[in-house]
Write a protein that binds this ligand. Structure first.
Ligand code: MN
Length: 245
């Protein structure tokens, strides 16, 4: 099996090192990841400047672009062979509910999915990298499961609590929950007195009922949500057809 590994925290992040280390034991891997932290970059592609690929001493490739750039370039000319799977992460911090729209971690996996390749995004629920090696073991176990029984290509969003491996044995299928609005933007001043803004943290869970990713994580379980990309709202489309008839 050939696996393309990427992330949005950058090629130096502990999460991608732990993940690549575990996956290398079960597959041929190539790591292509952003050269800096590009969290929150969603599915953006860099179109206003050329991109360069650098090879690190450990064999990882880094690109001065977004997670989507990395997977896109890897699949459209950089790699000699098409991978069987794209794996992204392990992200520092949860990607649940509405986070999935902003996440560069999910975006890297989505880019593979859009090219018809099965893809999995892994995130650790809490920041700080506690138990990252345990999460990487979980990711390796998950990749080895019989995922071929899913329709292909699949796109899976996995969130893993920061716990020891022995406490990470329950994996549940979930749907995305929803969050409240983000915390208000933080206003400040730069050293020259000009007003500046920091985007605030995400909102707390709003739809966290049983069956959601938020609910599963609250129980201390691993959450797996199958994602799709079609944003069409079918019921609204029918209303719109009647409205415009
Ligand atoms: Mn990130």
């Amino acid at each position: 099996m050939k696996i393309l590994v990427s992330n949005d925290d950058g090629y130096l992040a502990p999460g991608i090192h732990a993940l690549a280390d575990r996956l290398a034991a079960i597959a041929d891997i190539v790591v292509v990841a952003p050269d800096s932290n590009r969290s929150g970059s969603s599915n953006s592609l860099t179109l206003d400047r050329p991109l360069r690929v650098m090879k690190a001493a450990n064999g990882f490739y880094s690109i001065n672009g977004t997670p989507s750039d990395c997977v896109h370039i890897a699949l459209t000319g950089m790699l000699d062979e098409r991978p069987d799977l794209v794996v992204s992460g392990i992200n520092q911090g949860q990607n649940m509910g509405d986070d999935t729209l902003y996440s560069g971690t999910v975006a890297a996996a989505t880019e593979g999915f859009l090219f018809g390749i099965p893809a999995i995004a892994f995130s650790q629920v809490d920041h700080g990298w506690a138990h990252i090696d345990d999460a990487a073991e979980v990711a390796r176990d998950f990749v080895m499961r019989r995922l071929d029984e899913l329709s292909r290509p699949f796109l899976l969003n996995v969130n893993i609590p920061n716990r020891p491996y022995a406490e990470l044995q329950k994996i549940v299928p979930t749907r995305l929950g929803k969050r409240h609005e983000s915390e208000p933007v933080i206003k400040s001043r730069d050293p020259h007195g000009n007003e500046i803004f920091w985007i605030g943290p995400v909102g707390k869970a709003k739809e966290a009922s049983e069956g959601t990713d938020f609910h599963a994580i609250d129980q201390g379980w691993i959450s797996v949500t199958p994602l799709q990309v079609d944003l069409t709202h079918p019921a609204q489309l029918e209303r719109l057809k009647r409205l415009l008839a």
